[in-house]
Every structure is written in structure tokens, then in C-alpha cells.
Design a protein around this ligand. Sequence first.
Ligand code: AMP
Length: 368
Amino acid sequence: MCTEKLGSSAHAQMDTGTQDVCHEDYIMNSTDPDPNAEAYMNFMKKHCCYDAIPTSCKLVIFDTTLQVKKAFFALVANGLRAAPLWDNKLQRFVGMLTITDFINILHRYYKSPMVGCDPCLFSNAHLGLSFTVQIYELEEHKIETWRGDSFQNVYLQYHDQYLISITPDASLFDAVYSLLKHKIHRLPVIDPESGNVLHILTHKRILKFLHLFEASVPKPRFLKMQIKDAGIGTFTDIATVSQTATVYDALSVFVERRVSALPVVDDDGKVVALYSRFDVINLAAQKTYNNLSMSMQEAVRRRRCYVEGVIKCYPDETLETVIDRIVKAEVHRLVLVDRDDVVRGIISLSDLLQAIVLSPAGIDALFS
Ligand code: AMP
């Protein structure tokens, strides 16, 4: 399905470019209150979700009776990361199928023992075999099979009662709050009248939208702060994976820590790659999901879809530089490294949106 957006005043503005407001005439003065401290927050409050929807985009919707395996292959074939789920009986959208679901299913199937089988099958040496057998079961399952008591231990984002969505006329501020509060990466915009999904908003799209208007929004002074002083990002207990670890090890960290990407490190802790949740979909694309004992080095080498690479930043760089880099690279996070390339932190779009949009409103999404 290709969604076409109706005319939008915000887009008309975006196309002509608004360049009449000078954005360089501020002075770094830490003693006076910054008159522009709330500029990004106000921008997000002033624009609605509909404004940030691109004029044309691809949207794939899955019926809940579709087989799980086909659904993931369809995501790969369409270069997508998520799809809304339509329940024909209920005549409404009931959830989202994302790569997190794929990871959770793979992880569960790889480790769970088969009922009624010889226990020796489940020794480490035979895990691959038990997994292969169970994957055949998985291939039969429909999306709706993953509901109900028999699968209640499998965490699927798809849940009958609970689809987190937003309306097109809600503010972008509300969208940022919802993404961060619920720790989700995809927020469907649903038209309340027709019930149609118009778009799936992401952190990336929202920050890019702000960036498109850069010339017309006054720059807050905090943009000139160095990362090490701004404290924006995560700097302790960084989840990483060794390049000699297996893909299964990486999946375990994704499931247990619920992080969206892992710096892949060598024996000295230097970052050599980044393995994100999205990279896991390569296992479906290449039909290698029954070989999770592959090393990370191999998995990184084999990925052929979109490779994020390691886009890095340094503690003495300013917030402005970091935002510019993350927007231009169209990635979700930067790995903070020291001059020896040793991992010191992660700065994700969640951290940036919290800092530039919610913090000025006195809101901490995770603790509100
Ligand atoms: P994200 O889901 O990537 O937007 O990140 C949510 C939060 O988790 C942010 O505060 C990130 O800084 C943090 N984070 C992301 N990846 C990692 C990681 N590998 N280790 C520790 N924290 C992380």
C-alpha cells in the first residue's frame, strides 16, 4: 500500500524554505537565562503529527491470519521494519509486528526444549537440532497463533487490548512523549474517523522534521555544550557484544537488556562494528535463522541489507555536532568512544529527543 498525503501547509512551508530568521546571533552566556531554551519544545507543540508525515510513503499491513514466517519475509522484501496488524474479525488494528518480535520468537525457539523428546537432545551440543525442528513448527504458525495462553510467555508487541497509537492532529510533542514513555520505536498515526493507519512515526522522522525547519527555529544555547558536560546519553553499563560471541549471545542481550543495538568490540574493548536489531532481519533474508551459533564477526560480514556502520562521536564534541551527524547519517544512535576507539557510551535519538524536547518542559518520559 502506498500512502499519499493530502496537501499540508507545513509541507508547503518546508518546500519553499523559510530563511528569514537568523539563527546564529546568539551569545554563549551561561549566567543569563537562555530565551531560546524552549524553542524545540515549542516547535514540537506547535506542529502536529500530520505535518511530519511525508507526502508519499510505503505502508504494509498484515492480516493476523498471515503466517509468521511469511510476515517476516514480507518485511524483508519491502525493506520495512514494522507493520500494523489488522484483525479482520474485530475490524480494527490490534498491534504492530516488528523486528523485536522476530528476535523474541527466534530467541525463544532456539532455547526452549521440545516437550516429550529425549532430554539428551537439549544438551548444548544438540541445541541446533532441537531449534531446527521447532523452527518448522514456527513456519506453520499464523500471527494470531501467537496470542492466547499457549504462547503467553512469548513477548509479542501485538496485544489484543493494547495498540499504542496517536491521532494525526495530536502534537509532535505528544508523539515524542509517547515514543519515549512506552520505549517504542514505531508509533502508528491512526485517523480516528476512518480507523486507517496513515503513517508510522519514528524518532528519526521527527528529528528530521525539526532539522528541515532548522533555519526558522532559534537555536537553544545548550547545543553548544560538549557531550561530556551535557550528560546526554548512556555512559555506564553499556551493553556490548564481543566479535567472537555468537548471534544467539547477541539475541540474548537484546531480549534481556531491551537495547536497540550493540557495539561489537574486540578484546581491547575497541568498537569494530555495530549490530542493531534491524541487522537480525538479515537472518530471515538469508534464511540463516537456524544457525545462531554463527560468530558476530561472521554475522556482521554477511549482512547485506542496509549496513549502519559505526558512526561515532567523541566526548568533547558539541551536542549540535552530534545532532547534525545523527540526522545526516540517518541512524538511530552514535557510539561514544574515546580517542582509542574504546566504547564509552551510547547516544540515541531517544536521549536527544528527551534532552531537547521533553527536558525543557520539565518532563522525564521514563519517570512520569
Ligand atoms: P534506544 O532504544 O536506542 O532509543 O535507546 C533507549 C536508551 O537505551 C537510551 O538511553 C540509550 O542511550 C540506551 N542504550 C541504547 N543502546 C544501549 C546499549 N547498547 N547499552 C546501554 N544502553 C543503551
